[in-house]
Each structure stands twice: as C-alpha cells, then as structure tokens.
Write a protein that binds this ligand. Structure first.
Ligand code: NAD
Length: 258
C-alpha cells in the first residue's frame, strides 16, 4: 500500500454494497491512510450488507441515500458534516441499468431504460459533487468517480452503460471546470473489469476479463487494490495539479491497437 497521510481528512463514500465493491477497496485504502469516512447505502435491502461490510470500523456514520435524488444527497452531507465537521473527500462508485438493457441489441433500449441508466450512473455525480462543495474546507476537496473504457469504445453487452459512462466522463470535465476555482478537483478512474456484484449482471463480463488478460501489455487483469491506490493518489494532495481527467487503471489494455 502506498504511504499517503490523510490524517484529519474526512470523506463520504457512495457505493459500498459488499466486500467486493470497488468503493470498499477504496475505503480501506483511505482508512489505512488515516481518513475518517461516512458511508451511504441505497435502501433497506442494502443496509444489512453494508453494515456487515463496515462492521470492523468504529461506528461509522451510515446514511440511506438514493443518489438520483439531490435532496437525499444533501441530507447525507448535512449528517456527514454534523458528525465529521467537514468533507474533504468524495467517492462516487454508483452505476445501475435495468437487466433488460444489458446484452442484446443496443438499439432495443427503451426511453425508460435509457433514463434509468443515465440518471443513476451519470446524473448522480452532479448532486454528489455539487452538494459536497459547501461542506468542503477553504482549501477545497477531491472527488473521484469510476468509469469504464466503454465510454469511448464498444463492448457488446455493456450497451447503455457505455452511453452512461460517456456522459459521466463529460461531467467530470464540466464539474472540474465549475468547482476548480473553489479548489475542488474532480477526476475519474477508468478501471479494467473487476468481479463485483454489478459486474455479475454484465453479459460478456468473462470475455472482457479474458481479453484484458490476453491483450494488455501487463498480460493480466487489474486488482481492486490497484484501483484503490490510484483513488488514494487522486484523493490526496499528491495529485494537487490533476483535475477534470480520466485515468485508466487497466494494465495498459487501452494503449493497444491490436
Ligand atoms: P457494486 O455493485 O459493488 O457497486 C455499485 C453500487 O452502486 C452499489 O453499492 C449500489 O448500491 C450503488 N447504487 C446503485 N444505484 C444507486 C442509486 N440510485 N443511489 C445510490 N447508490 C446506488 O459494483 P462496482 O463494480 O464496485 O461498481 C462501482 C463503480 O465502478 C460503478 O460506477 C461501475 O460502473 C464502476 N466500474 C466497475 C468496473 C467493474 O468491472 N466492476 C469497471 C469499471 C468501472
């Protein structure tokens, strides 16, 4: 684990579902570097698994939040600021598409399915970033979200989620531009395929893992810890000159032509 000192830093993490969540890998890296975190869970059904995941921590704040609802996001930060005093760090690891809209023909997506995927996976970054800013200290803060290479290339089966990731990556630049003058940095990590709850519902996920292993310069898939270490860097002052960008953590896969 890289040694970065985040003692005194406070963060809010959106998107822990269980021990395999990328958000949890990032949380562990942040905590071991000294940050104190609050967590959200999507709904009653997710509360138990999230409580179980964070069980070893010292009574962290857990707040229910559907991040497509700006009022619920605002409530998260009000509670986080009351408990932690401020918010320096925000982790956005949220995505969802209806199962019917993953796999099959991309053009089969309904307007409702398009909306669900885009609002949950892309729009949510807007309130998650904007509502945090009032609670950030004068020197600013750092926001990290998670993208995938399907934002700019076709991965059959990923379908509407690719469109959502394209929107998400565009928002990273726009939010970085808007909040940069307040010292707030917004970046994305474009991660290679990792086995998580969400990944299970992506048709062709195993084909993706195989392709990354066979074709990436490093000849393997990435690990949760590699994404977490990059997030740690982006959420720390070590990356103070970096904002509005998307950093691939993909064993070099996207560097390759053939
Ligand atoms: P995960 O299933 O562990 O996490 C997804 C989270 O999104 C869950 O905690 C879920 O509760 C939350 N969520 C869904 N709808 C929500 C809503 N309306 N409001 C608040 N939270 C909501 O899976 P993961 O793979 O860790 O996904 C985290 C992020 O990483 C996603 O953006 C995903 O697209 C991205 N990503 C994943 C991979 C991969 O291969 N696993 C690769 C690149 C990017």
């Amino acid at each position: 684990m890289a040694s970065i000192d985040l003692s005194g830093k406070k963060g809010v993490v959106f998107g822990v579902a269980n021990q395999r969540s990328i958000a949890w890998a990032i949380s562990k890296a942040l905590i071991s570097s000294g940050a104190e975190l609050a967590f959200t869970y999507l709904n009653d059904r997710m509360k138990g698994p999230v409580e179980k995941t964070v069980a070893d921590l010292d009574d962290p704040l857990l707040v229910e939040c559907d991040a497509t609802d700006a009022a619920q996001v605002k409530n998260v930060y009000e509670q986080a600021a009351a408990r932690l005093g401020k918010v320096d760090i925000v982790v956005h690891c949220i995505a969802f598409a209806d199962r019917d809209d993953l796999g099959g023909n991309f053009s089969g997506v309904s307007q409702q399915g398009f909306s669900t995927a885009l609002v949950t996976s892309a729009y949510s970054l807007i309130p998650v970033t904007a509502e945090a800013v009032p609670y950030m200290p004068e020197e600013g803060g750092s926001v990290v979200t998670l993208s995938f290479d399907a934002a700019s290339r076709v991965y059959p089966g990923y379908n509407i989620m690719g469109t959502a990731k394209a929107a998400l990556e565009n928002e990273v630049g726009q939010l970085a531009s808007e909040f940069g003058p307040k010292g707030v940095r917004v970046n994305a990590i474009s991660a290679g395929p990792l086995a998580t709850l969400s990944a299970r519902s992506i048709p062709g996920f195993n084909t993706m893992r195989k392709a990354f292993e066979e074709r990436s310069p490093l000849g393997r898939n990435i690990t949760h810890e590699e994404v977490a270490n990059t997030a740690l860097f982006l959420l720390s002052d070590l990356s103070s000159g970096i904002t509005g960008t998307v950093i691939p953590v993909d064993a070099g896969y996207t560097a390759m032509g053939i």
